[in-house]
Design a protein around this ligand. Structure first.
Ligand SMILES: NC(=O)c1ccc[n+]([C@@H]2O[C@H](COP(=O)([O-])OP(=O)(O)OC[C@H]3O[C@@H](n4cnc5c(N)ncnc54)[C@H](O)[C@@H]3O)[C@@H](O)[C@H]2O)c1
Length: 323
């Protein structure tokens, strides 16, 4: 790949961003770009999602203002850069597309085909898919300008964005998107080829098996597991990550531990009993007022705000101390 149109797509030429899907991820991604000075078109085929997204963006901006990360004067300017629509009309002016619609393969495939027809040749396409190989799904859609750009919730607070190359994604496309993400204050991490779950979701999934096993078999409560992790891995990981830690442990000991037969890790086929029971009871987590923990005495907005305040505080500290 890498024709004339390709060469023209440099960071400075990206002015207008189209975010499709205004749900949990899309509204916050749109906000990040608007904060960075980009004109953002936020499209969703559901009018209620768009209404809710604007409410959430205002809520998020207030949280950032309370944390002194933005001043109140910038809020109307940021909001003024976000234009919502139930159509894809804005595609014809988009320099960069962020696909953040529901995780339904057929819907994503259809959307990319439509965007390919509507967008100019210069437009870069990114997908926020968590698990699908978009390079297979939308095989014929501008392979040189297609990549996975996978954000973490909430995107306006979590720095990591996975950048996953497809077999034909051009270096220029990667360079452009990486440059934009760095400009937005994000931490892009490049993954050389597609693997479902990328890095972090794969690690989380492996941990989930053990977490649900410990809960199901009554080895520890949710509170005890969280306390154990927050006061060990929670402190160590920001300093030594998950790979460098082995250098501190010693690779010889790490090899012995890896071969120790006494820890039988849980099989991937085991079904999590507690999780299933809670879902059947309608305990879906913060959004329903109850999950592993009980939030019924609290307002959901306060629970989210409390989490965001702590995330911001920790992040400010990590940035200040240059971790
Ligand atoms: N929620 C997370 O923590 C998270 C994290 C990383 C990646 N992701 C991925 O991001 C994507 C979006 O996830 P989400 O949690 O924001 O979902 P969501 O259900 O909160 O939002 C999806 C939005 O897409 C809209 N939509 C669906 N089909 C559409 C179409 N054809 N055209 C326009 N709008 C359409 C829906 O109306 C909805 O508003 C998924 O691929 C998901 O796997 C989610």
């Amino acid at each position: 790949m890498g024709g004339e149109g390709e060469r023209k797509v440099t960071i400075d030429r990206i002015k207008r961003v189209l975010v499709v899907g205004a749900g949990t991820m899309g509204h916050s991604i749109a906000m990040v770009f608007a904060q960075g000075g980009y004109e953002v078109d936020l499209a969703d085929n559901n009018e209620d999602s768009l209404r809710q997204s604007l409410k959430l963006i205002r809520f998020n901006l207030r949280t950032l203002k309370d944390a002194k990360m933005i001043d109140s004067g910038s809020i109307p300017k940021i909001l003024g850069r976000i234009h919502t629509s139930t159509s894809l009309d804005a595609a014809k002016e988009a320099d960069l597309v962020i696909e953040a619609i529901s995780e339904i393969p057929e819907a994503k495939k259809e959307l990319f085909r439509a965007l390919d027809r509507l967008c100019p040749a210069r437009t870069i396409f990114t997908s926020n898919t968590s698990y699908f190989n978009i390079f297979q799904l939308a095989k014929r859609v501008r392979p040189g300008k297609m990549l996975i750009c996978h954000w973490y919730a909430p995107p306006h607070l979590i720095p990591l964005v996975d950048l996953v190359r497809g077999p034909r994604t051009s270096d220029m496309t990667i360079k452009t998107v990486k440059g934009i993400l760095l400009k937005l204050g994000k931490t892009p991490v490049e993954i050389k080829k597609f693997i479902a779950g990328y890095i972090v979701n794969r690690l989380q999934r492996a941990m989930a098996r053990e977490i649900f096993y410990l809960l199901d078999e009554g080895y520890a409560t949710a509170e005890e597991i969280d306390r154990a992790v927050k006061s060990s891995l929670g402190i160590r990981i920001p300093v030594v990550g998950v790979v460098q830690r082995y250098d501190f442990t010693g690779l010889d000991l790490s090899l012995t531990i890896d071969r120790n037969p006494s820890i039988h890790l849980v099989s991937k086929d085991r079904r999590p009993k507690t999780l299933t029971r809670l879902v059947e009871k309608g305990y879906l987590g913060v959004k329903s007022g109850r999950g592993f923990y009980d939030y019924t005495s609290k307002n959901i907005a306060d629970v989210l705000k409390e989490r965001d305040k702590k995330l911001i505080k920790l992040q400010k500290f990590l940035i200040k101390e240059k971790f």
